[in-house]
Design a protein around this ligand. Structure first.
Ligand SMILES: C[S@@+](CC[C@H](N)C(=O)[O-])C[C@H]1O[C@@H](n2cnc3c(N)ncnc32)[C@H](O)[C@@H]1O
Length: 493
């Protein structure tokens, strides 16, 4: 069935701001096929009508479309900013003795608000229950149900030390259950950030965390949402946005402030101790301030997630590059190019920016421009694996097989473990009828991907998206077809 996605994309954007492009479109197609089947709708038009008229059906669809990626103590330097700077300042300023109200907007399955509670619990002990009130809000009702349950799998603990688990979680079969002393602190609410009005429970926050959500919106939507969040903040409130997203959210709604080398937004009177507040971020002239040394009173050294991670200095260029790469991964190529153009204006010849730009140009089949960018990057780094692979791909896509082989060989020469280049080489050999060489390369890739620690392929910039499992499958499949039975390799998963 061919689906016209446009009416669906428009309806979703209009109701909750989500922009579904690239991967988002693929996901929408899959999810629609599923929902049309489940609801026994005769065709797309019938389902669309149901979607427009049924709040529940719209909610079911949105639940399937949202991206809920999250984990405990994500971007922990911002949690440290919260506990060491923002909260102490607000506690000093507070005149009414009321608890400070903290919201995680777009809280997904709860890892973010619970990390906030645990962080403050480390600093303020049992006083947490009367000093603060915590809320989490999300449009995804299934994610909220999971958040309320307080049950998490190993996947939510990336980067968290065992002692955190031991202190705040109990084993629950294969999973972990958050102890009630933390779980009961957070109130979860259904919340559409794009709504025109919000219930009373979602007003008057001192601090709002809004991280890793804005990337799913375009700039006009981001501005509307930031205005909504600003309205939900108290006059002296703070808005903390994910590190890589901050610049793309400097929209003139709230003042951008830098402190300890980290950025956040402030409403009303700016904090006296904060470094150089600016109403709008001046990319051209900005020079980041040096990072402050960690406080001597720091008491979390037993939490490995913080222990060794002194506040690192976020460099403006790095922000822009990270954001551009994130956009690129999400296939928001226009936005990525916009960031890269600004970045290259500021630091002409930056090899990483040139390569990412070339990657987008390649995807748009602008071969000459992509090649020019990669060659320029080679001038500053003559052994850039990214540049070799990119030039190889450009030649391969133009069916210049010999040239493609030369570039991929160059990548393998520079880095033997560059298994993506070896995979592309294998494909080229196979297409060119050189079965022996193809088998050798497929086996080489299988061998590298079967090592207990898959080696670094040396590609730093290009978001190639070659999942190990799929690549292994493809290599085995091709080897089978070429008559070279894939070896059963030791240590395979
Ligand atoms: C990637 S998660 C981020 C989770 C967490 N803030 C973090 O940084 O780990 C993005 C969340 O934003 C939510 N979201 C997307 N659009 C929303 C909207 N219009 N209103 C409220 N939440 C939304 C999604 O449901 C999803 O759970």
């Amino acid at each position: 069935m061919t689906l016209d996605l446009d009416p669906y994309k428009d309806l979703i954007k209009q109701r909750c701001g989500l922009v579904l492009e690239g991967n988002g479109e693929d996901k929408l197609t899959t999810v629609l096929a599923q929902r049309i089947g489940v609801t026994k709708s005769g065709n797309s038009a019938e389902y669309f009508h149901r979607l427009q008229s049924s709040k529940d059906e719209f909610q079911d669809l949105v639940n399937l479309l949202t991206i809920n990626e999250t984990y405990f103590f994500r971007e922990s330097e911002q949690l440290r900013l919260l506990t060491e700077r923002l909260v102490p300042r607000l506690l000093r300023q507070r005149a009414d003795g009321q608890p400070l109200r903290i919201l995680s907007a777009g809280c997904s399955s709860g890892e973010e608000p619970y990390s906030i509670v645990m962080s403050l619990r480390e600093k303020y002990g049992d006083d947490v229950s009367h000093l603060f009130s915590f809320s989490g809000g999300d449009i995804d009702t299934q994610a909220l149900a999971k958040a309320r349950s307080g049950r998490f799998s190993e996947f939510s603990f990336r980067g968290v030390g065992e002692h955190i688990k031991a202190r705040y979680f109990e084993h629950d079969g294969w999973n972990y259950r958050l102890k009630d002393e933390i779980r009961e602190r957070v109130e979860f609410h259904e919340m559409n950030l794009f709504a025109e009005t919000f219930p009373a429970a979602l007003h008057d926050f001192d601090i709002i965390f809004f991280r890793n959500v804005s990337i799913y919106f375009d700039t006009p939507t981001r501005r509307i949402i930031q205005k909504n969040l600003a309205a939900l903040l108290k006059d002296q409130g703070y808005l903390v946005i994910g590190t890589a997203e901050t610049l793309a959210n400097d929209l003139g709604v709230l003042a951008l402030v830098e402190e300890d080398g980290l950025f956040y937004f402030a409403k009303g009177q700016l904090p006296a101790t904060a470094a150089v507040p600016r109403p709008a971020f001046d990319f051209e002239r900005h020079v980041p301030a040096p990072a402050a040394s960690p406080e001597p009173s720091w008491t979390w050294s037993d939490l490995s997630v913080y222990g060794s991670s002194a506040v690192h200095l976020p460099v403006v260029e790095q922000f822009s590059f990270d954001l551009a790469r994130k956009y690129c991964e999400e296939k928001c190529h226009d936005e990525a190019l916009e960031m890269l153009t600004r970045l290259l204006k500021h630091t002409p010849g930056d090899a990483h920016a040139l390569l990412l730009q070339a990657h987008i140009q390649l995807n748009r089949k602008e071969f000459k421009r992509a090649e020019a960018g990669a060659r320029q990057a080679l001038q500053s780094d003559p052994w850039s694996i990214d540049a070799f692979v990119l030039l190889g791909l450009a030649a391969k896509w133009q069916e210049l097989s010999e040239e493609a082989v030369r570039w991929f060989k160059q990548a393998v020469y520079a880095r033997h473990e560059c298994w993506p280049a070896r995979y592309y080489l294998a494909d080229l050999y196979r297409a060119g009828g050189e079965a022996d060489k193809a088998q050798r390369e497929y086996r080489g890739v299988l061998q590298l991907l079967s090592l207990p620690m898959v080696p670094d392929h040396g590609i730093k910039v290009l978001p190639l998206g070659l999942p190990h499992a799929e690549l292994r499958f493809l290599c085995e499949h091709q080897l089978g077809k070429l008559g070279g039975t894939p070896q059963r390799l030791a240590g395979r998963k």
